[in-house]
Design a protein around this ligand. Structure first.
Ligand code: FAD
Ligand code: PHB
Length: 390
């Protein structure tokens, strides 16, 4: 088989890229090692920046999001006994975010690919890249016991943090920057009315907590936990008790609780791999960078990478331009590092660190107090939260 762009991974990055290319008449094949059901079963991000909303609309995959997504003008930050609202719309001069789950984004992209007859091959085993140094790199894989090869012009590594693409950048070229946090997030999805109309981020001495949602009838909650926590030990009752202990009384007293429909633990990590291009291979999304979820930036960064990558490939195929491909890594990394900084900062001010002493706690509270008392600090916070321009 031959294609113009071979894409590894059918997460949001890979599907979005393939869809945007298709709409410009550029041919691609997506290889995914899991089944569609498995991909959709992963409960991840929930907050979309306007830039990502615009990109999904441009990809003709935004119809359901525009109907069912919830536009949020602000959110709350709680610490000590204080509740403070960050008014995103007011602080940014009109910008908002969209609450719409990654599962739904992925489903919409899968449907959009199918509607256009896009080729997405699921359960592709042993995916590998060969001849990356030549003119026509190839993707090899095994499906139903048969080996296959796809000859490509370019390869997009959209295969997430655990994928194989990154490994194809030689060790003497690839630089890794990393911070692993000494805690994780325990997340629960439940068919319950959200605790509040807006998201609530809580810094509590027992640990961080977050009240989020997927719709007006489905809630998503997180609590900070040990990084090596045993999920089996977290019964629903224990989770709800611990969550409520960290929330302001006014929220905890009235919130609806119910059985969990999903429960999982995510480690927290900051990670950047550079460069994001090596010859005919381009990395995008989690394959190149990870942020801790506190700033809701992971999925949104994947979208901005795809914006730059699709523009670069379209520039090449439509106008024989190579400058956008040459500038790809630098353009992405410029935005990535700013989102890394924001996510690291928000993680640092909102969590309880195991080695935190009274000085560290004092600094944390001073930072939160300053934020809530300063319009300019809040404006900077809001500007980053709604997403820096592409
Ligand atoms: P992925 O979604 O990881 O997609 C990569 C795809 O490649 C997967 O389908 C995978 O199966 C496939 N793949 C991997 N290896 C191979 C291979 N060898 N061959 C073929 N296919 C392969 N972000 C937020 O903004 N907010 C959050 O709350 C949030 N929570 C998260 C919770 C968890 C547990 C995780 C892991 C991430 C979370 N993120 C969150 C981050 C966000 O989900 C990611 O940034 C986003 O999924 C990135 O999309 P992607 O397409 O680049 O990678
Ligand atoms: C989510 O709803 O999953 C979510 C929302 C905001 C975050 C992280 C996760 O900062």
């Amino acid at each position: 088989m031959r294609t113009q762009v071979g894409i590894i991974g059918a997460g949001p990055s890979g599907l979005l890229l393939s869809q945007l290319l298709h709409l410009q008449g550029i041919d691609s094949v997506v290889l995914e090692r899991r089944t569609p059901g498995y991909v959709l079963g992963r409960i991840r991000a929930g907050v979309l920046e306007q830039g990502m909303v615009d990109l999904l609309n441009a990809a003709q995959a935004g119809e359901r999001m525009n109907k069912e997504g919830l536009v949020h003008d602000g959110f709350e930050i709680c610490f000590g006994d204080r509740r403070h609202r960050i008014d995103l719309k007011e602080l940014t001069g009109g910008d908002t975010v969209m609450v719409y789950g990654q599962t739904e984004v992925t489903k919409d992209l899968m449907d959009a690919r199918e509607a256009l007859g896009g080729l997405v091959i699921y359960e592709a085993e042993n995916v590998d890249i060969v001849d990356l140094d030549g003119e026509t790199p190839k993707l090899t894989y095994r499906k139903d016991g048969v080996d296959h090869e796809i000859v490509c012009d370019y390869i997009a590594g959209c295969d997430g943090y655990h994928g194989i693409s990154r490994r194809h950048i030689p060790e003497n070229i690839l630089k890794i920057h990393e911070r692993v946090y000494p805690f994780g997030w325990l997340g629960v999805l439940s068919e319950t009315r959200p605790a509040s109309d807006e998201l609530i981020y809580v810094n509590h001495w027992r640990g961080f907590a977050l009240c989020s949602m997927r719709s007006t009838t489905r809630s998503r909650y997180y609590i900070q936990c040990a990084f090596d926590e045993d999920l089996e030990e977290w019964t629903d009752d224990r989770f709800w008790d611990e969550l409520r202990a960290r929330l302001p009384n006014s929220v905890a007293e009235n919130m609806e609780i119910g059985p969990s429909i999903e429960k999982s633990i995510a480690p927290l990590r900051s990670f950047v791999a550079e460069p994001m291009r090596h010859g005919r291979l381009f990395l995008a999304g989690d394959a190149a960078h990870i942020v801790p979820p506190t700033g809701a930036k992971g999925l949104n960064l994947a979208a901005s990478d795809i914006h730059y990558l699709s523009s670069a490939l379209i520039g090449y195929y439509k106008q024989q331009r190579t400058d956008l491909m040459d500038g790809y890594s630098e353009k992405c990394l410029n935005r990535v590092w700013k989102a890394e900084r924001f996510s690291w900062w928000m993680t640092t001010i909102m969590h309880r660190f195991p080695d935190q002493n009274s000085f560290d706690r004092g600094i944390q509270l001073a930072e939160l107090d300053y934020l809530c008392g300063s319009q300019s600090a809040q404006a900077s916070f809001a500007e980053n939260y709604v997403g820096l321009p592409y």
